[in-house]
Ligand binder design. Structure first.
Ligand code: TMP
Length: 235
């Protein structure tokens, strides 16, 4: 696979074309943003952690029968992925109240939810990624009913799998955000990343935060948290 011109630069990743129409190469940066890009910084080594962790989890999720964009890890920061059109939704699952859920609904952070919840946000930085429901999504043409049914089914299965996976390394999966894409032949597959940028991980014993909230909330020991998640997963 030959790496060609840069197609896109996002807040945490760059995407490059390849000599194949079906594939592109993502390159993970150490850049970190929060609050729709208002807060900016770098987290040394983050790109490596997110690349390796996301690739590892996607391969395990693929084994659960859920298709993903993962193709091949090229090096510490770069991965070949299937080319998709991103469904412009942030798909958020919550097992325990935290973050914007706690703020919006007045439920204390750390309150275990009676069942996992699902939220959709429309991906648009200028609008601040507003929360939307099924009717909004279908009416605006961001996804069809059929797409949403598949996305919902995959998402709850991914949640069950990830809860068990992280439990084994003494981490509670509080919540996470995933994104899906559509291939040229119309198949919905898991895309983007699964990493400490996109999940809340709390140590199951001490409830210490091991994710990007340490950056968002200026808690310090940000790099250490990413490294600790890496250590627990890969030893
Ligand atoms: P929230 O509580 O701020 O809505 O975040 C819910 C989950 O989504 C949390 O695990 C962090 C993740 N997330 C992203 O991946 N990207 C974002 O832009 C935001 C706001 C949250």
């Amino acid at each position: 696979m030959e790496k060609r011109e840069q197609m896109y630069e996002g807040k945490a990743k760059k995407v490059f074309a390849t000599d194949s129409d079906e594939y592109c190469i993502v390159s993970y940066k150490d850049d970190a943003t929060a609050f729709n890009g208002l807060k900016k910084g770098t987290i040394a080594g983050k790109g490596v952690v997110n690349n390796r962790m996301s690739n590892y989890l996607m391969q395990l999720i693929e084994k659960q029968g859920i298709p993903t964009h993962f193709v091949e890890e090229l090096n510490d920061r770069e991965t070949v992925v299937r080319k998709v059109t991103i469904v412009p939704l942030e798909v958020i699952v919550r097992n325990t109240a935290a973050g914007s859920f706690s703020k919006r609904f007045g439920v204390a952070e750390g309150t275990k939810l009676l069942c996992p919840t699902l939220e959709f946000c429309y991906k648009d930085d200028e609008l601040g990624d507003p929360m939307v429901n099924d009717y909004h999504i279908i009416a605006c043409g961001w996804a069809t009913r059929e797409d949403l049914d598949i996305i919902t089914d995959y998402t709850f299965k991914i949640n069950e799998f990830l809860i068990d996976f992280f439990k084994k390394i003494n981490v509670d999966l509080i919540d996470f955000k995933i994104e899906f894409g559509k291939t040229a032949d119309g198949k919905i597959i898991l895309a983007d990343e699964i990493s400490p940028d996109t999940c809340r991980f709390w140590d199951a014993t001490t409830h210490e935060k091991l994710d990007k909230d340490r950056f968002r909330r200026d808690m310090g020991s940000v790099e250490e948290a990413y490294r600790e998640m890496m250590r627990r997963i890969f030893g």
